[in-house]
Design a protein around this ligand. Structure first.
Ligand code: NDP
Ligand code: 2IT
Length: 448
């Protein structure tokens, strides 16, 4: 039976996982044709099955003294090239299929970073947005009481993702330390005052922009004066915007799950500083932007539309930085019709398969998430290295290392794509290069 059929029959409801696997399997077909040893060793059957799945009950008490129960997950997908590494997502949409897709993508992403990091992902269907500070803390404590049995600085090192930022990492770390009586680099994205790395908060967004700049350089172009559409307004969107401004770009949109703003004059550094305070401290909604900056427009999400109007503005570049499948085929067509010639994915799998086909057919510059957003986990790897040495590198040094890693990922993708006769196809390049390193390690290590 074809492997994709087996995977779908085994877990029919895990649509996002099927989507992520189907894309990788398509890309690596020629790799298996060229290397019969891979098929003989059933590497596809092995890499599509997590090494371990942990699902657990997370009971906690809300401010009204009502007992609440959420579901916790950690998918340890591959330890072929290093300890499991990947973020934790707290969002009501989280289920096993979502965490498996994220863990699967993480394996190839981490392989591309040049560091020795395996792949994993975790999270919960807990929604931190409508909770008090105390509720978030109690939830994190309960979540870590179970997760602590499964992770460790040489085993599995979680970090943040949607809904998990510095605040949550702090509560999770405090609980781990108390339960294990160990101060180790078991989580990344920690505060710089107790073991975090400088530039980790910035890393995913900055890295995505470095990747975009590398793609443009292949066409003798730069980000100077480029009009950019950015979605999301969380960690990745904020620092993507910051680096785009630094490199001369003009960002005109930001969004959250309720709607988006369009600021034709451009989101300046001052406006961005206001957005950071709004989102990171006041935990407000992006709709408030137009009260502060009335020249901008706000449009709430309209579920009756089959496209996202954020992607329907004149622009040169698009940086989806919110969530999976936020660009569908209509959005892809709108982006192209509006003159977009570069799409660089800060989010994980933000484009549907239909959108990817449309984008690839146009041969515009297209940086897939597992390559373009690898800067976050790369600096997490640097945080682990600093923790092992009990040292902190200066910001300029970490940023320079990040920059070099993004250049290396870009070059690796281009080389792998060219090697298989697909010049300029970063999707194929990322999948092929990420995959080859992992499966070679698996073969070296016997039947694992
Ligand atoms: P944050 O929680 O900081 O921000 C997420 C942003 O996306 C918010 O603006 C949120 O709006 C919006 N969003 C989330 N879900 C949806 C949805 N279903 N529909 C519309 N908007 C949505 O997360 P991050 O910035 O860390 O993550 C953004 C993306 O980047 C994710 O795909 C994540 O997996 C990926 N990523 C993150 C990395 C990291 O280091 N943090 C590294 C690599 C990739 P609202 O507040 O209304 O929910
Ligand atoms: O998707 C991702 O790469 C992340 N959420 C960051 C993972 C990490 O371990 O820093």
């Amino acid at each position: 039976m074809p492997i994709m059929t087996t995977i779908k029959e085994r877990d029919p409801e895990q649509r996002e996982f099927h989507q992520a696997v189907a894309e990788v399997l398509e890309s690596v077909k020629p790799v298996l044709d060229r290397n019969p040893a891979y098929r003989k060793a059933a590497v596809l059957e092995r890499i599509t099955e997590p090494e371990r799945v942990i699902m657990f009950r997370v009971p906690w008490m809300d401010d009204q003294e009502q007992v609440r129960v959420n579901r916790g997950f950690r998918v340890e997908m591959s330890s072929a090239i290093g300890p499991y590494k990947g973020g934790l997502r707290f969002h009501p949409s989280v289920n096993l299929g979502i965490i498996k897709f994220l863990a699967f993508e993480q394996v190839f992403k981490n392989s591309l970073t040049t560091l020795t990091l395996g792949g994993g992902k975790g999270g919960s269907d807990f929604n931190p947005k409508d909770k008090s500070e105390n509720e978030v803390m109690r939830f994190c404590q309960s979540f870590m009481m179970e997760l602590s049995h499964h992770i460790g600085p040489n085993t599995d090192v979680p970090a943040g993702d949607i809904g998990v930022g510095a605040r949550e990492i702090g509560y999770l770390f405090g609980t781990y330390k108390r339960m294990r009586n160990e101060f180790t680099g078991v989580l990344t994205g920690k505060s710089i005052h107790w073991g975090g790395s400088l530039i980790r908060p910035e890393a995913t967004g900055y890295g995505a922009v470095f990747f975009a700049a590398e793609m443009l350089a292949t066409r003798n172009d730069t980000l100077q004066d480029k009009i950019c559409l950015v979605s999301g307004s969380g960690n990745v969107a904020q620092y993507t915007t910051e680096k785009l401004l630094e490199l001369g770009g003009k960002v005109v949109t930001l969004s959250d799950s309720a709607g988006y703003i369009y600021d034709e004059a451009g989101i300046t550094a001052e406006k961005l500083a206001w957005v950071k305070r709004l989102k990171n401290y006041r935990r407000g909604r992006i709709a408030e932007y137009i009260e502060q900056f009335p020249e901008a427009l706000y449009r709430p999400v309209d579920d009756s539309l089959h496209y996202n109007p954020l992607w329907n503005h004149k622009a040169h570049c698009a940086f989806p930085c919110a969530t999976q499948n936020e660009i569908n085929e209509h959005d892809a067509n709108n982006l192209l019709a509006n003159g977009v010639t570069l799409i660089c994915e800060g989010a994980n799998m933000p484009s549907t398969p239909e959108a990817v086909d449309i984008i690839l057919a146009e041969k515009i510059l297209y940086g897939p998430g597992k390559a373009a957003n690898a800067g976050g986990v790369a600096v997490s790897g640097l945080e682990m290295a600093q923790n092992s040495m009990r040292l902190n590198w200066p910001a300029a040094e970490v940023e320079e290392r990040l920059h070099q890693i993004m250049k290396s990922i870009h070059r690796t993708c281009l080389d792998a794509a060219a090697d298989y006769g697909l010049p300029g196809n970063y999707v194929a390049g990322a999948n092929i290069a990420g995959f080859t390193k992992v499966v070679n390690a698996m073969l070296d290590q016997g039947l694992v």
